[in-house]
Design a protein around this ligand. Structure first.
Ligand code: SF4
Length: 213
């Protein structure tokens, strides 16, 4: 066991646990985006950053292990500013209209959706290449949950991957093939873990397009 201090509250926790797990045990809310409890934390989005005494930069709680005597601030001004800016940057580049959790976080952190309104928005045509689900990558925040669930975390199909760099970074199939031409088995796990509605069952997409609730 190690002793950690979360916002000055003392907590005993097993060695090897992350700050995020420690905060859950202490009942302290740390927001996440790319993290999913059933998947290997990729530490990509940085929304769960916290301030650790002695560290020069903010650290992602989902992949940072606790150590004995660690002192962590989960909601300092610096942390809140970082989270707010991440949400504002996502909002400036991506369609978040079907991402309720992110919209809640925008409200919680007072994020200004228009702060980066002059950013070039990442837009792509909706991919409709199979009977089961649609891929609307204009809504994709590149959390990579779908890639992980499709590969060694759950399904071992390896139908999805990431491609491109920087602004052109996106989720795709290998060689951008249509899904029925890939190793996809249409298990639906990627749709289940997508936090933004970028992956959506075709019937649900069609109902929404027709204006149904
Ligand atoms: S499609 Fe969804 S799950 Fe996949 S990376 Fe984009 S937002 Fe994440």
């Amino acid at each position: 066991m190690v002793t950690v201090y979360l916002n000055d509250s003392k907590l005993e926790i097993e060695e090897g646990k992350t700050i995020l797990e420690a905060s859950e045990k202490a009942g302290i809310d740390i927001p996440t985006i790319c993290y999913h409890e059933k998947l290997t934390p990729p530490g990509l989005c940085r929304q769960c950053v916290v301030e650790v005494e002695g560290a020069r930069v903010l650290l992602p709680a989902c992949i940072t292990k606790v150590r004995d005597g660690m002192k962590v601030q989960t909601d300092s001004d610096r942390v809140i500013r970082a989270r707010r800016t991440i949400l504002e940057m996502l909002s400036g580049s991506t369609d978040l209209t079907a991402a309720p959790e992110l919209k809640e976080q925008m409200v919680q952190y007072g994020a200004d959706a228009d702060r980066f309104k002059d950013t070039r928005e990442r837009t792509y045509p909706v991919k409709d290449d199979n009977p089961f689900y649609m891929r609307d990558y204009s809504k994709c925040i590149l959390c990579e949950r779908c890639v992980q669930v499709c590969s060694s975390d759950i399904q071992f199909s390896y139908a999805l991957t990431t491609t491109g760099r920087g602004y052109k970074n996106k989720v795709s199939t290998f060689y951008d093939k249509k899904l029925p031409e890939t190793s996809c088995v249409f298990c639906g796990n990627c749709v289940a873990v997508c936090p933004t509605g970028a992956l959506i069952a075709s019937n649900e997409y069609n109902l929404k397009s027709e204006g149904a609730e």
